[in-house]
Ligand binder design. Structure first.
Ligand SMILES: [Zn+2]
Length: 625
């Protein structure tokens, strides 16, 4: 909560907190007259030079000169911003702060406390379901299989949500209002019937900066995940709470309250993909890990994390080595550049997540070393960007070189520090073999040059190329960016090159039939070389991450399923048009046998269309960003 705390309230908090007691929690104190002394908490020493003055409620260290009061002490030791430090102390002494200005989404403290109480109740309820009921057995077995010990699960307060209205029922018994459950996104209103929001999921509480749960992320068990996939239902592996009065996913970082202190000691902070990664890392001794849930890294996240590691520490984003991880890494680098926060990117070896790398306690030492190695090889932001966007700059033709350069310029343009930006610009010029002066000019006129490449590439002769429908364009982009989805596209979804109009069909053919087709191979397709529009599209798809689209694609597999559905619906609608035309023709020709035959077919297509509309399995999807 970044609300504004009035001066009188700061005074009230300071008056209630006893500095001797607080300092005593960080270092043993001895009474010396009316004051206290102890070894300094800010520098290493053997003989005590820290003095705590009881009447003024201040401390002073004669060794290092540290000086302050209760607020500066917790700011330093807990690494908190001023208002958070005040809140931290207020909670300690049971004082409710009233924020002066209740701006957007700000709550009065009392109301906030009430809501927190409900989330706390839900956390406890889910915990009991996990540990004390037979229904929790499957979840317990899953956690065990991921080598997450009971101690760790209890420390992170994991739970099990049985669904079927059980939470709602229990909440009512305890006297919590349905409205509160709804506003916290713990319950949903399905046509007047109030039901649990989370249904048969392992629950990971998301805590605020002080470690109090404010929201949840729920994970499907692998068996349920498989079943849903088999039935073609689109359900998210993780479902997170939507934003609520307590929870803003754009600013909350998972496990920050625990990682904050450890990261400062170790001089680094790692951002991982999910809660199980963070837990596995914590188990293996990497307590300095957090995750961003339900959204891509935001500027606000980046600034928070940057503040924690400070100017001497390292912020490292650790991502899976797959295509999705790659795409996320580019987005994260752009965000951090914009936030002015230095960051490094570490990519895990193929097909491994941190939990898998570290998971097995038997080989843990080895896993630890491997993770250290991965972290050690993390590349600085711009370096990562250059190598990812243009790994072989010398292979690019001129047009591609400019497209890539523009993307790099876009990334550095919002950088707040002009000096750093101009250094980055120099590196880009060197890497892309472009003249620095030209890049500077181009950057200055970036608004004009940042047009989509196909607008520039249309050339003087207007081409007669049928545009792709938005659905097909989306589908091709997903397939180009996610080679691992290509086999499924063919085998499971039956996508064929003929689903695409000429001359796009050639690209679709190459992508579908050749799982390793990349930028290089795609640009060698004859049709792509002939048509600048295709050329531009191929570059756009290969170099634009899906997360950068509007709207952003965060689950490519899911998007593919939706797109395929769209293609099928469009195909059936075409069929319908064709049949209607045929029936009219037959009737005009008085060929009633044929007309009735076509009518039967038409009814069949109608029914199939209706089925497709009825089978949307996305009801569980709204919380994923
Ligand atoms: Zn000192």
């Amino acid at each position: 909560m970044s609300g504004f705390i009035g001066e009188d309230q700061v005074r009230a908090v300071k008056a209630r907190v006893d500095l001797v007691q607080l300092m005593g929690e960080y270092t043993p104190l001895r009474k010396a007259g009316s004051n206290f002394t102890g070894c300094c908490v800010f520098h290493q020493e053997r003989s005590p030079s820290m003095h705590v003055y009881t009447d003024q409620q201040t401390y002073h260290c004669f060794g290092c000169g540290a000086h302050g009061d209760v607020i500066s002490l917790v700011r330093e030791k807990e690494h908190l911003e001023f208002s958070d430090a005040v809140e931290f102390l207020a909670r300690r002494v049971g004082l409710s702060l009233v924020y002066e200005k209740t701006g957007r989404n700000q709550l009065a403290r009392g109301q906030r406390d009430d809501l927190m109480q409900v989330v706390e109740f839900a956390t406890g309820f889910y915990e009991r379901q996990l540990w004390d009921t037979p229904e929790g057995a499957e979840a317990r077995a899953y956690l065990d299989s991921r080598h997450l010990t009971q101690t760790a699960c209890r420390r992170f307060r994991l739970g099990w949500s049985p669904g079927r209205g059980r939470l709602v029922e229990e909440a009512r018994r305890q006297g919590f209002s349905t409205q509160t459950l709804l506003s916290l996104d713990l319950a949903v209103d399905r046509e007047g019937r109030i039901n649990d929001r989370f249904y048969e999921r392992v629950m990971f509480p998301i805590s605020d900066r002080f470690g109090q749960p404010i929201a949840f992320s729920g994970r499907l068990l692998p068996a349920a995940e498989r079943k849903a996939k088999e039935e073609g239902r689109g359900v998210g592996k993780y479902v997170n709470n939507t934003d609520t009065p307590l929870y803003h996913k754009g600013s909350i970082v998972y496990n920050l309250h625990r990682a904050r202190l450890i990261s400062r000691d170790r001089g680094r902070l790692m951002v991982m993909e999910g809660p199980t990664d963070v837990m596995a890392a914590d188990e293996a001794g990497f307590g300095e890990c957090v995750a961003v849930l339900g959204t891509a890294l935001t500027v606000e996240h980046a600034k928070q994390l940057g503040n924690i590691v400070g100017s001497t520490g390292r912020l490292i984003i650790l991502l899976d080595g797959d295509r999705a991880g790659q795409a996320n890494s580019l987005k994260a680098v752009r965000t951090c550049l914009q936030a002015g926060v230095p960051v490094r990117i570490a990519m895990l070896p193929d097909e491994l997540d941190p939990a898998e790398l570290l998971g097995d306690p038997a080989t843990r030492e080895n896993g630890r070393q491997q993770l250290e190695q991965v972290l050690g090889s993390a590349r600085p932001d711009l370096d990562h960007l250059l190598r990812s966007l243009a790994p072989r700059p010398y292979e690019l033709d001129n047009r591609a070189r400019i497209t890539m350069t523009d993307q790099l310029l876009e990334a550095v343009r919002p950088m707040p520090d002009p000096e750093l930006r101009s250094l980055h610009l120099r590196d880009i010029a060197e890497w892309m073999s472009m003249e620095l002066v030209r890049l500077e000019k181009r950057l200055a006129g970036a608004e004009k040059t940042a047009l989509p490449p196909d607008d520039q590439d249309a050339g003087p002769v207007a081409e007669e190329i049928p545009p792709l429908t938005p659905t097909l364009e989306l589908l091709l982009h997903v397939l180009v960016r996610c080679p691992d989805l290509r086999p499924d596209a063919v085998d499971e979804h039956g996508i064929e090159p003929t689903n695409f109009p000429e001359p796009w069909r050639a690209i679709a053919g190459q992508v579908l039939m050749n799982p390793s087709a990349d930028l290089h191979e795609l640009t060698r397709i004859e049709a792509v070389q002939q048509h600048p529009a295709l050329h531009a599209a191929v570059y756009r798809w290969t170099t634009t991450d899906l997360a950068a689209r509007v709207p952003a694609i965060t689950d490519p597999a899911e998007t593919m399923r939706e797109a395929v559905r769209g293609v099928r619906v469009a195909h059936l609608q075409d069929e319908l048009k064709r049949l209607t035309f045929g029936i009219n023709e037959a009737e005009r020709a008085r060929d009633f046998a044929r007309a009735s035959q076509l009518s039967l077919e038409q009814r069949d297509v109608h029914r199939r269309l209706k089925d497709m509309h009825g089978h949307s399995g996305f009801s569980d999807e709204r919380a994923r960003g």
